[in-house]
Design a protein around this ligand. Sequence first.
Ligand code: SF4
Ligand code: SF4
Ligand code: SF4
Length: 241
Amino acid sequence: MKPQTDDPTSAQPPNIASLDQSSCTSADDLDRGAHADLDLIEAIDSRLPQTQCARCGYDGCRPYATAIAAGRAEINQCPPGGTATIEGLAGLLHRQPMPLDPARGAEPAQAVVALIDEPLCIGCFKCVLVCPVDAIVGAPGLMHTVIAADCSGCELCLPVCPTDCISLPVRAATLPSPAAMAPRWRELHRARSIRLADDRLLLDQQRQQRRSAALQSQAANVDIAAAIARARARRSPPTSS
Ligand code: SF4
Ligand code: SF4
Ligand code: SF4
């Protein structure tokens, strides 16, 4: 793994005036508006810590960035980013900084990573299913372990563990810093989201195939019943009065 070192805060603020699509007059204008929206979402997302913890109320940093860009969310909903993130977003969007929304939780005092007490792990796989950055390895029925560097400290695995064998020690200084890991966490979360969407699509297709097979089978049964009825009718012609 090669952590990226680009400073996300060095990105130029987008031209927010260009985002007003009500002034678009042609398909080209609309296309430019859509790109401006994407630029803004990218710029906002690059200022978020990428722990993908969902404390902002969205399923990851990118959905939260999209909601801010659309004016559906405030800039003070990210506890892991805390004051620094609020100030970064305020500067980008030419807004006044505001205090962190206390309903989202407090700004963490230090970065943490999950640690599994392996002898207590029963291999239920529940933590793997909720980890937003695929930082847990293990197979059903087998002991699981956390890839410490990849763990964003989101804490989502804690409440699902039936044996309470996951703890959250402080992130070791020997590990890459959260800021250095942010681009990788963004990529891991994006890859996971694509995989889950593919899985959902596959399930939908399988459901559709089963439904269509059941309908065909019902139609075939109706055809057979009708054929039997016709054959019986031929064998027993109506009696003349
Ligand atoms: S770090 Fe957590 S709270 Fe902050 S934007 Fe990302 S998902 Fe939301
Ligand atoms: S291992 Fe746990 S704390 Fe770490 S990223 Fe995954 S779900 Fe979050
Ligand atoms: S949720 Fe807990 S018991 Fe289940 S696999 Fe993960 S660490 Fe092991």
